[in-house]
Structures are given as structure tokens and as C-alpha cells.
Write a protein that binds this ligand. Sequence first.
Ligand code: C2O
Ligand code: CU
Ligand code: CU
Length: 510
Amino acid sequence: MSQGQSGGAGVGPLNRRTLLQCGVAAVGGAMTSRLLAQPFLNPRVFAPAPAPVFDEELEFDLAARPRLYSLRPGAPTDCWYYYGSVRKGSPAALTPVPNSPLGPTFTLRPKQRVAINLYNGLPEDHVTHWHGMDVPANADGHPMHAFPPGATYRYEFDVRNRAGTYWYHPHPDMRTGFQVYKGLAGLMIVQDDEEQSLQLPRGPFDIPLVIQDATFDANNQYVYNPDAMSGFFGNSLLINGMPAAPLSLASRVYRFRLLNGCQSRILKLRFSDLTPLVVIGNDGGLIDQPRTYPYVILSPGERVELWVDLRAKPVGTQIMLQSLAFTGGGTGQGAAFDVVRLSVDRARTDPLQLPATLSSITRYRLQDAINAANPRSFPISMVPPMTWVLNGGVFTMTGLAANEIVRADTLEVWQFSNPAGAMAIPHPIHLHGRQFQVLDRAVAPTRLADWNTVKDGYVDAGWKDTFMIMPGETVRILVRHSLHTGMFVYHCHNLPHEDMGMMRNFRIDP
Ligand code: C2O
Ligand code: CU
Ligand code: CU
């Protein structure tokens, strides 16, 4: 397998040892905000297409290829990019993100039959995963399905998810972090009748914001130097793949769909003027009712949807979406920085009313789990040399422990625990396949002080596919396994950790 071309330090010959050895000197947490120094730019925002016609069958061509893209003044950046087109069905089902190196946005409806022909135009093996989507094992982007340059992989699945903000990104073993970092990521938005019947902001007022961090060299090329312990922390922010520029907004209501697409950086989000953080959705779509948070924790892989009401803001108001400091994050993690500035530039009237009820979500009950008395237990630990692992072992392509075999369509309780020791750091844990519910959290008394700096921002309502776990924390989730049988993975979504082997198979048997 060949290295990424220019731009950014690849990680050397491909094995886990070199992954571990590289990048001892992480860039660290000194996130310098470039926002204030930047000239005022038009917002680089985009909206998902309006509800497309319902095509029973959709077929797309997608190609991952290198592309030079002007991200910053001066030399273009050597990016990797998803080119896409609709072969069958409404063109509205795949819309490019204007002025952005992100992949095009899929807009899907439940019950559609989807085929995606993915061509690998990269200089190395590749496979793409549809994060949050409940798809057959051979369409899930398991690393075992990585395919070589010049080949095409055909994905076929039915849309079984409810309305929500899902996303897609590479998933080859040991190269996920690098390929995502080079720019390969896009949104997969599902719309359904329940969600469309609500009076929520639409079109240009429904704004996805993919938040990532990166470091560039003097020639505008990506620098990637992950650290084995903590991961990768860039020194500048990207919004929808572009250097963060202010968003020019009107004094009305917006729906923000936030995705943390960072390699490792955890966000603790708040508006600088304390505009309430009214959460209406998260990983698996709308939550039951709007809920207000003092701040929102968004770890890599997680999504949150906000109702952002700017109607009381006079023209000229500037609000910063900030990430606040927290403790217990380890090296490079937990510093405060600015994410993106909201600039209220024009007055508008807007009659929208925040719906009192968004969706009906039946909470699973612990006593209904087939293993209620005996949760599957997945500890996080570190094995030599400095490798974070799940369930006691490093990922191998087919490696499966006895406690990683489950039955389709059974409701189970899974328990994850993070050590409390001084070395411990937070991890975003993600399961492929079904959306689940967070049952409860507990924390070791010795790590309570750190936990208190994040706990009020956990959006554990609704449906989740990724959750953060702090040092000393134990999290129990309730998951009804997919009807799709076969091999899937669960892993840490700190991408350098995933690449290091903090990933495991689980197999769903009939
Ligand atoms: Cu978004 Cu397996 O990951
Ligand atoms: Cu996933
Ligand atoms: Cu991790």
C-alpha cells in the first residue's frame, strides 16, 4: 500500500508500531483562534436539499480521488475528495456542498433502495462507511472490505433509519484517520414524514456545520502527526472543510446540525452571549422534546441539532460559538477556543414556534434486555506499548472474543468502563449498526472533579451511535441489535486510537 502523496506527513510504513512511534511531539492544545484576524467573508454554508421526490430506487456513483483545493490564500492544498453523481433517481438526492471540499450530501428517505458504486481513485486501499446507518454487513465499510486503487465497490442497502444527520467517511484499517484528515467526509441526511411535518427551519435556514481541526505547513499542505496517547490536535479550525469564517445570518430561527468530524478534539460548545443551547436532535435524529443545556459536549463522531433563535438579536450582534475548557482530557485536550462567529447582519421576521414535542421516543427498559442481570462488559485498557484497546485486545481483521457474538433483534445492555488512573483520557465510543440509548452513567469518586466539567453537556436523550466516556466513568447502553447479520465493528472514534487498534469486531448471528 503506498503512502499519501504530498501534503502532510504520512505515517510511514504501514504497521501499528510506526503509528505508535510517530508524532511524539503532538501539536498540543494551543488552539490559536484565527477568526478575529480574518477579513469578513461570506458564510460558507449550505443547506440540504428540500425533501426530494420519493424514488423507490436510487443509484449513485461516488469516487474518492485526490484533488487540489484552495483552502487558504496561496498554494492549493492536496486534498482527497468524494466526487459523486446520481445515476438513477432525483438529482436532489445528491447535492454538492458549495465552496467546500466536503463530499456531496446525500438526502434520503426511509424505504428507499440505495446502490452506491464507489471507485477508489486514491493511491492506497480504501473503503467507506455510512456512519449511523443500519445497513447489511457487506455494505457497512468494515475494514475487511477495503479495496485497492482502481477498483470499484458496490454498496446496496435499504434506508432503515429515521430522519437524522448521518455521515460517511473512510474506514480502512490503520488509515481511517489519515484519509478523513485529507478531506474525505460527507453528510448523509435522512428526512421522513414525522420530521418534515414539524415547523422547523428549512432550506437555507437549515445549516449543517461540520467542525474539524487541522494543521497546515508553510505551503498550505496538511500536517498529520498524531500522538499515540492522545491523538491529533490541529491548530486551526475548519467549518465544512474550509478555514472557519464568520456566518452571516439574519435575525430569525436557524436549525444547526453540528457534526464533530475532528480526529480527536472534543468540543464543549456554548454561545458567547449565552443564547440558550436548545437541542432538538442528536446522532439518531430528533429527540423527544426540545431540551436546553448549559453547554453541549460533542466528541468526535457525534452530532447535535440546535434550534438557534436569533430573533431578539439586533443587527450587528456578534456571537461566538465557543468551545470551553474542561479537565481530565489529557495532553492536547480540553483547552478553550473559538469555533465560529455568528454575525447577525439583517433583520427578518420569522413566525416559527419551537414545537413542544418533536418526536415520540420509547425508552428501552433495562428489565427488557435479555442480559439485564449480566451486562456485556467492555473495559477500556492500555496494553504495551502504549496502545489503547477495547475488551482487552487490539483489533485484528477477524478477531472475535466470546462476548462479541450477539443475536439479531435482541435487546441487550452493554457496559463500557474507562479506567480511573492518572493516564486515563476520554474516548468517544461508537457502535456500527443500530442506534442505541444511553441507560446511565456512573463515575469513580476520584475522577468526579473532571467529570463535573463535562457531565451537564452530555446529550443522552434520544438515539445515539456514539457517546463519550470520561476517565473513571462507566456507561451502560441499551441496544436492540440489527436484523442484519454478520461482522460489524465497535470502536473508539478518536481516529488515531481507532487506527492504533482501539476497535473490535462483533458478530450478529441470526
Ligand atoms: Cu464514524 Cu466506524 O465510524
Ligand atoms: Cu459508524
Ligand atoms: Cu480512544
